[in-house]
Design a protein around this ligand. Structure first.
Ligand code: ADP
Ligand code: MG
Length: 140
């Protein structure tokens, strides 16, 4: 199994509702190590750039508005199969479809306000980590 790095984001609803601590403890309790973390308020341009693949979709405006509505916690996770493991711990995009015990099943209010983000593959993990973190100064 490969040691991977992936990006997690605790989205504005997760931060606002006080779930940072539990989300991080779920990661740590499942063999994932935190290699970088910062709490930031994304600008519109930063959120649009991050979600560029969804530009043109009906929910894009709502997504950018939500992601800029309050602070988010950006986290670099590392561990064996970290990309898939994080996706598994998050659960499906729509909380109605998310498996019991997953973060989205526990906390998400809707398909849009769904508490956490996770990179969906090796290429997106590399791109998303580069987008938010500087390897030289912010990753340990
Ligand atoms: P995931 O975050 O599970 O990888 P996607 O990459 O498909 O899901 O979508 C990115 C984000 O866009 C979702 O997490 C969610 O916040 C939002 N989103 C996706 N689909 C919808 C939708 N139909 N309505 C509202 N928001 C959506
Ligand atoms: Mg996605």
């Amino acid at each position: 199994m490969a040691i991977e790095r992936t990006l997690s984001i605790v989205k504005p609803d997760g931060v606002q509702n006080g779930h940072i601590g539990h989300v991080l403890s779920v990661f740590e309790g499942n063999g994932l190590t935190i290699r970088a973390a910062k709490l930031v308020r994304l600008t519109q341009a930063q959120a649009e750039g991050f979600y560029a693949e969804h530009k043109g979709r009906g929910f894009f405006g709502e997504l950018v508005e939500f992601m800029t509505s309050g602070p988010v916690l950006l986290v670099c996770l590392e561990g064996e199969n970290a990309i898939a493991k994080n996706r598994e711990l998050m659960g499906a995009t729509d909380p109605a479809q998310a498996a019991p015990g997953t973060l989205r099943k526990l906390y998400a209010e809707s398909k849009g306000r769904n508490t956490v983000h996770g990179s969906d593959g090796e290429a997106s993990a590399a791109r998303e980590l580069r987008y938010f973190f500087s390897e030289a100064f912010e990753m340990v």
